[in-house]
Design a protein around this ligand. Structure first.
Ligand code: 0A1
Ligand code: ZN
Length: 885
């Protein structure tokens, strides 16, 4: 923050580019220490800006050496053009069209930010979203400039036998000095953020997919030698995604080749470059002994997500980066639908909502809260957020809820009919949904507020039963608290999927006063006012309302349920999501009650009614093991913290541990039985049934361990030592690492010794230790920074160790501030190496004002120390500045 504050970019300032770029011909001469990039651009005046007179061509560029510039084959001198620190301005070419040729020299070997062209394990790869292309060559680096690309790559054959880019391989050959080259042609116009290049020593597995119109597509997954045996699940996931997109959305793949390359050094999960997806190894490599069930599911979801981008993102892209959720919210919703279809839909929905609440609700309640379509940013890389992705997906889900499956599909079809090949806005998307469904009465202007207003709406409600009139009146009130830059809010359009559960546990017919149509037992109410009442008639006895079934809107519900209502819904609600939800609401109420007792100096006594209700979930474990595992799990400490005015770090931890131990003790026999019943999952499979059994078994083990049960400890050690699959091994190790068992150190050491050669497995080992609630955690994590398997330059390692620690609800927030100091040191170190990763890490400070005075003071000292770091990146600056505002 020394050199004045970086400038913000505003949505309101959007203007179309003065010049369009129709064709891009790139030549890469890859050489150690000095890679030459020759870029030949076919440009054309933008008719949208006709009448403005001759405009210069202003190109973005950073961190490279400019060698030559030529316009229409005439070499310019440096007096002819103007070079700024991040731009190149070429005077207006005379004609309507022109050819511009630029040669630059770059050093991918020195690129530690992993944006643009960089090296991972000796191989070259690229990451151009959001603005990495400008580190490769001077270009109009903005998504509304869509061009056709041809690419020539030349490199030393021995070191880089594989040379890949987007589109089709059209030619290849040998050149002098042991070098070789390939030429690629991508027929589909694309923004430069979808450009990709890979050069390296890689092996691949291959498969094929025949599209519904008969196109044979070659599918390849490239990895470093030795990892070929870990690509099978990713390939299966890709084929399932291709089929699903045809069946569910009518969308077919549009080239003869689809390549995936997995690299070990990658800032994010994966990237949807046209026909050349680049992946973090974490989302490709899996073998039963190295990857957990969650890893397998993550791979399926991310492979699908990137594949789905081929239409939602690539064929139709974003006009500007404020529209990021146009592609990300939609594509997350699509991958959620896909995973729900491939696995258990209710379980998937619960997991998605858990994640939304854990990370997005937290974001929406803090200083970095922003709308799904932000109004301004300093660094766009900071806006790949849970709000743009996950809340964006909830907005898509609400379209689906409001329009029904068929109406939603009509909207999607119209969107592609109108906009294929274009760069568009979330308003264009909304217009397609609206225009395809003229008979649906939704106030679309009000719906648009989901894109524009930040924050999570709170819906409060109560119900009144009139036994004489046989009516039930549901009153709902919505409020939306101010967020940074948005002091005043308007009411949202909130779809409330609901039912009324009768005393016999059955859903009642729902007829609103004045209606005579046949009554359904589930419907979607539209809450559009600040306060609204809905009166149901013909209600024979007092019902318990089941609201926001399937979590039909991203809101916080505060309904005056009694403990009895919640146990009733846990047992009877026909909506699986709300059966789970009732248990969570009750658990949160109980635990927060204990936290209050502890704070007031009263003894904490776990109510037996709650423990008994959880026991019922255990009794039903056999019916649906995956659901049972979720029904048995308690809200996380960080979610409980969100429910408090001032987060009581130690109180939450103590109360939650006490409840876990009480459940473990009370239900010891049932837990042991369920553990044994689910111990054998047969030959390895990631079927929902097998995953369900493992998750149920491990949930039981966790309770037994929480109770310090001797038999539980024995089983846990046995599981750690003998289990074949990583899910069981790592769960056991995590429970052991979190305990005071004497075997703790030996188990951790044995695991590291066995897996020291597997980077992704070692990441698990780092994060287990970082997340353990032990008094020595800060010390241990500091020592692990020097472990031979750790590297501060590798994002996965940083996310595992540093990110793991900063999500440790107790140790990161140690009252002496040692956790905060540790994180600040890492942020400062990372700022100089990889600003994106540094910025992701510094976000852990964002909610510092939610803690007590002592912790606030300690966090503020660290935030200010970071703020005064020389050469602070835009990425870190933006988060720190907002946090301190
Ligand atoms: N578009 C990718 C994720 C991604 C975003 C940004 C990146 O660098 C700043 C890299 C990847 C996706 O949604 O999968
Ligand atoms: Zn995406």
């Amino acid at each position: 923050m020394d050199k004045g504050s970086p400038r913000a970019i505003h949505l309101r300032d959007y203007a179309p580019p003065a010049w369009l770029i129709d064709t891009v011909d790139l030549a890469f001469d890859l050489r150690e220490g000095a890679t030459l990039v020759t870029s030949r651009l076919g440009i054309r005046r933008n008719p949208a800006r006709a009448g403005e007179g001759p405009q210069p061509l202003v190109l973005d560029g950073q961190d490279m050496e400019l060698l030559t510039v030529a316009v229409d084959n005439r070499l310019l001198t440096s007096d002819d053009y103007a070079q700024g620190p991040e731009s190149l301005t070429i005077p207006a070419p005379a004609g309507e069209t022109a050819t511009v040729e630029i040669v630059t020299r770059i050093k991918p070997e020195e690129n530690t930010a992993l944006e643009g062209l960089y090296k991972s394990s000796g191989n070259y790869c690229t990451q151009c979203e959001a603005e990495g292309f400008r580190k490769i060559t001077y270009f109009q680096d903005r998504p509304d400039v869509m061009a056709k690309y041809t690419v020539r790559i030349e490199a030393e054959r021995a070191k880089y036998p594989v040379l890949l880019s987007n589109g089709n391989l059209v030619d290849q050959g040998e050149s002098a000095d042991g070098r070789h080259w390939t030429r690629w042609d991508d027929p589909w116009p694309k923004p430069c953020y979808l450009f990709a290049l890979v050069a390296g020593k890689l092996v691949h597995i291959e498969d094929h997919f025949t599209t519904r119109s008969g196109r044979d597509v070659t599918l390849r997954i490239y990895v470093e030698p030795g990892n070929e045996d870990k690509c099978g699940h990713a390939m299966e996931s890709l084929k399932k995604s291709m089929k699903w997109d045809e069946d569910a959305y009518g969308l077919e793949y549009d080239l003869d080749i689809f390549n995936i390359v997995a690299v070990g050094d990658f800032n994010m999960g994966a990237m949807e470059n046209k026909s050349l997806n680049v992946f973090n190894t974490k989302y490709i490599l899996a073998r039963p002994d190295t990857a957990t069930d969650m890893d397998f599911l993550g791979i399926e979801a991310v492979v699908a997500h990137e594949y789905f981008h081929n239409w939602t993102g690539n064929r139709v892209t974003c006009r500007d980066w404020f529209q990021l959720s146009l592609k990300e919210g939609l594509t997350v919703f699509r991958d959620q639908q896909f995973s729900a279809d491939m696995n258990s839909a209710p379980v998937k929905r619960i997991q998605d909502v858990q994640r939304l609440r854990q990370v997005q609700f937290a974001e929406d309640a803090g200083p970095t809260a922003h709308p799904v379509r932000p109004e301004s940013y300093i660094e766009i890389n900071n806006f790949y957020t849970p709000t743009v992705y996950e809340k964006g997906a909830e907005v898509l889900r609400m379209y689906h809820t409001l329009l029904g499956a068929a109406g939603y599909r009509k909207g999607i079809d119209l969107y592609f009919a109108r906009h294929d090949g274009q760069a568009v806005t979330t308003d264009d998307f909304l217009a397609a949904m609206r225009d395809a469904n003229p008979d649906v009465s939704v106030d679309w202007e009000q719906f648009r507020r989901w894109y524009a207003q930040a924050g999570t709406p709170v819906v409060e409600g109560e119900g009144r039963y009139d036994a004489d009139a046989k009516t039930y009146t549901l009153t709902l009130r919505q409020t939306l608290a101010p967020t940074p830059g948005q002091p005043e809010k308007l009411p949202m359009l909130v779809p409330v999927a609901m039912g009324l559960v009768g005393q016999d546990g059955q859903d009642l017919p729902l007829r609103l006063a004045g209606e005579d149509a046949p009554a359904a037992t589930e419907r979607v109410l539209l809450l559009t006012e600040a306060e609204q009442s809905f009166t149901f008639t013909g209600v024979a006895s007092k019902p318990v309302p089941s609201l926001f079934r399937g979590f039909s809107a991203p809101v916080k519900l505060r309904f005056a349920y009694t403990d009895g209502d919640l146990t009733f819904l846990m047992a009877n609600d026909s909506d699986a999501f709300n059966r789970w939800e009732a248990g969570q609401t009750l658990a949160a109420k109980i635990i927060l009650g204990l936290v209050a007792d502890r704070a007031a100096g009263r003894d904490m006594v776990v109510p037996q009614g709650f423990v008994a209700a959880l026991g019922k979930a255990l009794d039903r474990a056999g019916e649906d093991t995956s659901f049972a595992a979720l029904a048995l799990s308690l809200p996380t400490e960080s979610y409980l913290g969100q429910l408090m005015e001032v987060i009581d770090v130690d109180g939450i931890h103590a109360a939650r541990d006490l409840v876990k131990a009480a459940i473990g003790r009370t239900h010891r026999n049932a837990l042991l039985k369920a553990y044994r019943d689910n111990a054998d999952t047969g030959p390895f499979s990631v079927s929902p049934e097998a995953i369900g059994k493992r998750s149920c078994k491990n949930a039981c083990l966790a309770y037994l361990m929480a109770a310090g049960d001797e038999e539980g400890r024995r089983l846990c050690l046995e599981q750690f030592r003998t289990a074949a699959g990583m899910t069981d091994v790592i769960t056991a190790l995590m429970l052991i690492a979190d305990s005071d068992m004497p075997e703790r150190e030996d188990c951790l050491a044995a695991f590291a010794d066995k897996w020291k050669g597997e980077a992704l497995v070692m990441d698990k080992w780092f994060s287990i230790q970082a997340m353990a609630s032990h008094p020595d955690t800060v010390k241990r994590v500091t020592a692990l920074l020097s472990h031979p398997s750790f590297s501060i330059r590798n994002p996965n390692k940083v996310y595992a160790l540093v990110g793991g620690f900063s999500s440790n609800p107790v140790c990161f927030h140690a009252a002496d501030g040692s956790g905060y100091a540790f994180l600040a040191d890492r942020v400062i170190e990372l700022n100089a190496l990889n600003p994106q990763v540094a910025s992701r890490m510094v976000k852990a400070f964002a909610r510092w004002r939610k803690y007590d005075g002592e912790r606030q003071a300690a966090a503020k000292v660290e935030l200010e120390r970071i703020a005064h770091t020389p050469n602070l990146s835009r990425d870190v600056y933006e988060i720190v500045a907002r946090s301190l505002e």
